[in-house]
Design a protein around this ligand. Structure first.
Ligand code: BG6
Length: 499
């Protein structure tokens, strides 16, 4: 196991939700597993004027009660910082000096931007101005939360700005999907087995389908979401990263740049969808009022913080191609949405049917085409579907399942995404973080779609009742076959889903 050097993690936006819900619990779990360095401190920073103790009790709500929490809490400190007061950064620097000297530790710092993106320009600048962004002797790293820009232009600007104050090697852009164990497993599944990779191409794969469904709506984030929408919130980042892992060529080594070079090449090969092709390749939708389990559910436009005439998409489905040697001509379908029947993320590789249909018509065997399903969440696992003889007379074929569930690996703890990502950054490993050029490539692909929606109000935004699988028109995207309708349990198919 790699050694983690002593360091201080500085969280900007420490009074926010992400800190309480994800970051502090992830750090606590690392602490319990003895994965934190010998000397370690977290310095929370935000506008609120908490004392260390007040900060400690704020975050406690998301930690289990117990003795180890008491010792863990001693590692937490707090410093009020107003980003419009340059002097506060001098105090921040002094406080960091004080912590390092009290704990007799190196001045290695990881800065975490968990703030509104409007502060992504000023904070790195003030860190740089106070000599905190670079050091000859110690490491200095910057973790940036999404969104990395709201369009191609702002993403480019953000990259230029960050690079004024930190080098690319110091910048860690978080996409928490890459921290998911099952996403990383895709590399292992593909590149540690001899049986999948020979089939993983246009000769054997008929289509690839990715679904990331959420049953929740926008909850209390209407204000943010209404300016974002499913394309910016999920597809441009999380879903395209999944595409990167499914479609990439084998990297030469498992190392940050080798892997990120390969995913970036995938993004470079995405066939552009021009503005006038958008209606043919992209379907957008918005959830409307309905009843789920006999209870009335409000429509998106009635959610708090949402414009009553909003045309923001809460669902998007897309068909596209990857123009390279491996994938030429293979359609990729991806969809994501809020208020769908269940929470599930999965990738389905549909293999081509056999060349000669011995056991029935081409049509019936189309339903038994082999499928490999990679379940990202929940009921994490892998499912392979194939045809078997139905016992009895004749040669009737039925589809059967071969499945593996992570839950069967007794005693193995599947770490939460933030746990893995934080530890990687603390160890200087950027493999599971996105690189600036890849982010720009992903924007390049989605930008014409966003432009078309903005400039052409005639492109429909279909309503879909909350609790259904999105607009019916998303089914028409798929010219050969239909979407898999996944359930909570990996092996259940469609009909009897528990909602
Ligand atoms: C976030 C989005 O990045 O990902 C949310 O902003 C979304 O809108 C969330 O709900 C989904 O993450 P997960 O890990 O629950 O699939």
């Amino acid at each position: 196991m790699k050694r983690t050097e002593n360091q201080v993690l500085i969280i900007f936006g420490a009074s926010g939700d992400l800190t309480k819900r994800k970051l502090i619990p992830a750090l606590y779990n690392l602490y319990k597993q003895n994965l934190l360095p010998d000397k370690f401190a977290v310095l929370g920073a935000s506008r609120s004027s908490f004392t260390d103790d007040e900060f400690r009790s704020k975050v406690e709500e998301f930690l289990p009660a117990g003795e180890s929490v008491e010792t863990f809490k001693k590692m937490l400190f707090y410093q009020p910082v107003q980003t419009n007061k340059a002097a506060d950064f001098v105090s921040l620097k002094n406080r960091l000096e004080e912590i390092s000297s009290d704990l007799q530790m190196e001045k290695n710092y990881v800065f975490y931007l968990s703030t509104p993106p409007s502060l992504y320009e000023i904070i790195p600048k003030l860190l740089w101005a106070n000599g905190l962004s670079k050091s000859k002797k110690y490491f200095r790293r910057l973790i940036v939360e999404k969104p990395f820009g709201t369009d191609l232009l702002s993403a480019k600007k953000l990259n230029v700005n960050l690079l004024n104050y930190f080098n690319e090697e110091q910048i860690y852009r978080i996409d928490h999907y890459l921290g998911k164990e099952t996403v990383q497993n895709m590399l292992v599944l593909r590149f540690s087995n001899g049986i999948f990779e020979p089939l993983w191409n246009r000769n054997y794969v008929e289509r690839v389908e990715i679904t990331s469904a959420e049953s929740l709506g926008v909850e209390n984030r209407g204000g943010y979401y209404d300016h974002s929408g499913a394309m910016r919130d999920m597809l441009q980042n999380h879903l395209l990263q999944l595409v990167g892992f499914v479609a990439m060529e084998p990297p030469v080594v498992i190392e940050a740049n080798a892997i990120r070079n390969e995913t970036t090449k995938v993004f470079q090969s995405l066939r552009p969808i021009s503005e006038n092709q958008v209606p043919r390749y992209v379907i957008r939708g918005q959830y409307t009022e309905s009843k789920i389990k006999n209870e009335k559910v409000v429509g998106y436009r009635d959610e708090p913080g949402v414009d009553p005439l909003s045309r923001t998409e809460t669902f998007v489905a897309l068909k596209f191609f990857i123009d390279n040697w491996r994938w030429a001509g293979v359609p990729f379908y991806i969809r994501t949405g809020k208020k769908l029947p269940t929470r599930v993320t999965e990738i389905v590789i549909h293999f081509k049917s056999v060349p000669h249909h011995l056991f029935g018509s081409r049509k019936s065997s189309a339903t038994t085409n082999n499928q490999l399903i990679i379940r990202i969440q929940p009921d994490e696992g892998i499912l392979l579907k194939f045809g078997m003889k139905t016992p009895g007379t004749g040669f009737a074929v039925q589809t059967v399942n071969m499945d593996f569930h992570y839950s069967d690996l007794a005693g193995t703890l599947v770490p939460a995404a933030y746990e893995r990502l934080l530890l990687d950054c603390m160890q200087g490993d950027a493999t599971l973080y996105t690189r600036g050029d890849a982010v720009e490539q992903a924007w390049q692909f989605v930008q014409p779609i966003i432009n078309a929606w903005q400039t052409n109000p005639e492109i429909p935004i279909y309503g879909y009742p909350a609790g259904t699988w999105g607009p019916e028109d998303s089914n028409k995207l798929m010219t050969n076959g239909e979407w898999r309708f996944p359930c909570k349990n990996l092996t259940d198919d469609g009909l009897y889903c528990e909602l």
